[in-house]
Design a binder for this molecule. Structure first.
Ligand SMILES: [Zn+2]
Ligand SMILES: [Zn+2]
Length: 275
């Protein structure tokens, strides 16, 4: 069994019903586990342990109810199950030899590692931006797919994967497609998955974790953060991106007050309350 196949199937045979089910369970436990570990860490640090010390970073002064947090967790667990189906598809594609995952770094060179990481992030961001805009433009898709995510008007880190299963399916589809097209080293894939998870969760953190000037710096202004995405949850018709602000800036959908809000949060002093 080659290494790529081993990575995506954990040794299970996706051509038997038992192997398929075990692969789904393994993927579900890994995807759900990473959600609870990363969201639990950010929730524990900012919302519980360092709650008073970090309060000045809070974007909006109000907090979601306990019931809302439970709703976000429920839908995130459901979405983990949907993402696990995509994981099974990866295992199947790897068994068939369809994935462009390569093991020898020398095959494309070291320079290609950061380039492929950027390419995966950019393509994923592009797919996310346009499918997300479509879900806001279509009354049907908004009602039957995307409304679940927007129950969270003032989200918590638990909202990171809080999607309706239909939206989860749309989002999960892109990962196997990317690996069918973009030659990817497993280390880059791992980094990509880590960035995906951490960004999905920190974009809903409710606290701004980056530094002063981040929203205006010639490089960092292109990276989405909790303040940027909180404006999407507040106003709906702006800031559709996932990682980068490129598409929002190119197509004129970035919230006009974003850098001002960012600066206003960062101008507070530690120890003061969010206002
Ligand atoms: Zn969101
Ligand atoms: Zn939305």
């Amino acid at each position: 069994m080659d290494a790529a196949r081993q990575i995506f199937t954990f040794g299970f045979d996706p051509f038997t019903l038992g192997g398929l089910l075990l692969l789904w369970v393994a993927m579900f436990l890994i995807i759900g586990g990473r959600y609870f570990i990363v969201a639990g860490f950010f929730y524990g640090w900012f919302w519980v342990w360092k709650r008073e010390r970090e309060d000045w970073r809070r974007i909006w002064p109000t907090r979601p109810s306990g019931r809302m947090l439970r709703t976000e967790i429920f839908w995130s667990v459901v979405t983990s199950g949907v993402f696990a189906v995509s994981g099974v598809a990866l295992g199947f594609a790897a068994t068939q030899g369809w994935l462009r995952v390569y093991m020898d770094i020398g095959e494309y060179g070291w320079w290609y590692l950061p380039v492929s990481l950027f390419l995966l992030l950019f393509l994923h961001d592009t797919y996310f931006y346009f499918t997300h805009r479509w879900m806001h433009a279509s009354r049907w898709a908004m009602r039957h797919m995307h409304a679940v995510h927007h129950y969270s008007v003032n989200p918590s880190p638990w909202a990171g994967f809080s999607f309706h299963p239909l939206e989860g399916a749309v989002q999960a589809l892109i990962i196997p497609v990317l690996l069918l097209v973009v030659p990817t080293h497993p280390v880059v894939l791992l980094l990509f998955l880590i960035i995906m998870t951490v960004t999905g969760i920190t974009n809903h953190l409710g606290y701004e974790i980056w530094w002063r000037g981040f929203a205006r710096h010639p490089v960092t202004r292109y990276w989405i953060n909790a303040t940027h995405h909180s404006l999407h949850h507040k106003h709906f018709s702006c800031n559709y991106g996932l990682y980068f602000t490129f598409w929002d800036r190119w197509l004129g959908t970035e919230a006009s007050g974003y850098p001002e809000l960012y600066d206003q949060i960062q101008s507070r002093r530690p120890g003061t309350q969010a206002a």
